[in-house]
Design a binder for this molecule. Structure first.
Ligand code: DAH
Length: 328
């Protein structure tokens, strides 16, 4: 074997190694060269038959080819790693927030604010069932059967004689029955009446309050007005003008409605009055010893005012676009 042949073989091998582009191919080329029957292995075994000059060539080739294999292996491993990094990486800049994120419903949000305001004035939050019995929803509220005031509310009755709560005033009764007097509570929640248009929904929200103490404390309508002035200024974040109009409710005497100046209009804010002696009596409270006021808000209208909304039906449509775009 002439050294020039050696040199040609070595050059070919070097080119082959350079052109390999997978670790598998490199491995088989390595086996062909340095394996048990590999070309270089054979050459090394045959060293005894070679001239000094030829041995030197084989030795150099041996060293160089091993070095080249090593380098190529490192290069291919790096390429594999890089392609893994490119395809399997975790993009930590990805937005992890759910895409369809809504907001807290304006009614819920406003209730939270109202709860904070009334609690700051010493009122305790009470709850009651949405399916009410006739006693709590009507009779105890001085509205016995066949009383004409029952026509003020178009009610949903159940077959067993119960009624879908038409007013949170029912919770006043439950609270007085349970806690007696003196008492200072508020309540809020769904009510139901058979009505539906842009400003009335068959399911709507009310907020109710009740403040009773001994006659010596002389709680009266001006206390109610003062309480509402504090509430309205906190809730709407500005001083608001209020005015009183006479009204009628079977459970208050006298009964009033309180309006609020909104822009250049007067809008109804709430209803209320001095709790009727019959109502106190129905709850086991002596009206000669105790007196106080009650009030009730048609809550959704207030929420519509606060957030500039014009269709109450959107409140229960569950349309996330409405929740997102209304900027509550
Ligand atoms: N319950 C009445 C309604 O639904 C609102 C109301 C009026 C509540 C006067 C009261 C009140 O507590 O004193 O129309």
């Amino acid at each position: 074997m002439r050294p020039c042949f050696f040199i040609r073989w070595g050059k070919q091998m070097k080119d082959k190694i350079k052109n390999v582009n997978s670790l598998e191919d490199l491995q088989s080329l390595y086996t062909e060269t340095f394996g048990k029957n590999g070309t270089m292995t054979q050459k090394l075994k045959n060293m005894a038959n070679l001239s000094n000059e030829e041995r030197a060539v084989v030795n150099t080739e041996n060293t160089e080819l091993r070095q080249l294999f090593k380098e190529k292996q490192a290069e291919l491993e790096l390429a594999v790693l890089n392609s893994k990094l490119a395809t399997e990486y975790v993009d930590v800049t990805l937005d992890t927030e759910p895409k369809n994120r809504g907001t807290i419903h304006p009614v819920t949000q406003s209730f939270k604010e109202a709860i904070a305001i009334f609690e700051s004035m010493g009122y305790t939050l009470m709850t009651g069932p949405e399916i009410e019995d006739d006693w709590h929803n009507f009779t105890a509220l001085n509205t016995p059967e066949y009383h004409p005031a029952r026509d003020m509310q178009d009610s949903f009755f159940l077959e067993n004689g119960n009624v879908m709560r038409t007013q949170t005033s029912a919770i006043q009764i439950r609270a007085m029955e349970k806690l007696g007097a003196p008492i200072k509570i508020f309540a809020l929640g769904n009510c139901y009446r058979k009505e539906l248009d842009a400003t009335h929904s068959a399911m709507f929200d009310q907020l109710e309050g009740l403040c009773i103490d001994t006659v010596e404390k002389n709680i009266n309508l001006s206390d109610l007005l003062g309480t509402m002035r504090v509430f309205a200024s906190k809730f709407f974040g500005k001083e608001v003008d209020l005015r009183i109009r006479p009204s009628y409710f079977p459970f208050t005497e006298p009964s009033i409605e309180i309006d609020m100046k909104w822009g250049d209009k007067w809008l109804e804010l709430l209803c209320g009055g001095m709790v009727h002696p019959n109502v106190l009596r129905n709850c086991g409270i002596d009206p000669d010893k105790y007196q106080g006021f009650a009030f009730g808000f048609g809550w959704d209208r207030l929420v519509m005012l606060k957030y500039g909304l014009n269709d109450i039906r959107a409140f229960t449509d569950s349309d996330i676009r409405w929740l997102k775009n209304s900027g509550f």
